[in-house]
Design a protein. Structure first.
Lengths: 117, 112
């Protein structure tokens, strides 16, 4: 079974430039997550999708960050314009639909390491 | 405030030297506690889910346990390939549905 796919793996941009990250979840997983991970820290949730609906975007800085999951499969996370403080690893994860209130584990992609100069 | 704290931040062990990693949490209504392993340059890899106090799970040299306040990841006779950062995460009712709140991890190094 293929895992979560992310691209690009690395991205270096100048500040104020736009950048986009792409994620393809595990086939059949209807829940998709974007996390941000700073060096030496655990991942922090940015946004969660159930199919094509963003059900938790409370931690997404909406002035510069946007995300979409148009057909309920793959997703794109965009930053415009990027700031120096956005340098981090952006992780995508997916999980299958919870059954009887038991929530399933999340499977993570390799991440995109963003460097803003 | 709900918190997840992992200790120690870093741990160096000789090959074969058993030890434990700690994850303490302060949340309301724990739904599940998750352990992940993360290698440099990679995303977290799922290891275990624990749902209730007293539960234990094992996988190779790793054993995870859960109490009402903390979880331990015991590593028995570790090998160099066990070197990684181990992350603990909780899913609690007051955090929302499937949101995971992570600790900062324990960086484990096994010396041959």
């Amino acid at each position: 079974e293929a895992g979560v796919v992310q691209s690009p793996r690395y991205k270096i941009i100048e500040k104020k430039q736009p950048v986009a990250f792409w994620c393809n979840p595990i086939s059949g997983h209807n829940t998709l997550y974007w996390y941000l991970q700073n060096l030496g820290q655990g991942p922090e949730l940015l946004i969660r999708y159930e199919n094509e609906e963003a059900v938790d975007d409370s931690q997404l800085p909406k002035d510069r960050f946007s995300a979409e999951r148009l057909k309920g499969v793959d997703s794109t996370l965009k930053i415009q314009p990027a700031e120096l403080g956005d340098s981090a690893v952006y992780l995508c994860a997916s999980s299958s639909k919870p059954l009887a209130g038991v929530y399933n584990e999340q499977f993570f992609g390799p991440g995109t390491r963003l460097t803003v100069l | 405030e709900d918190q997840v704290t992992q200790s120690p931040e870093a741990l160096r062990l000789q090959e074969g030297e058993s030890s434990s990693l700690n994850c303490s949490y302060t949340v309301s209504g724990l739904r599940g506690l998750f352990w992940y392993r993360q290698d440099p340059g990679k995303g977290p890899e799922f290891l275990f889910t624990l749902y209730s106090a007293g539960e234990e799970k094992e996988k190779e040299r790793l054993k995870a346990t859960l109490t009402k306040k903390e979880s331990f990841l015991h590593i028995t006779a570790p090998k160099p390939e066990d070197s990684a950062t181990y992350l603990c995460a909780v899913q609690a009712s007051n955090f929302g549905n499937e949101k995971l709140t992570f600790g900062t991890g324990t960086r484990l190094t096994i010396i041959p």
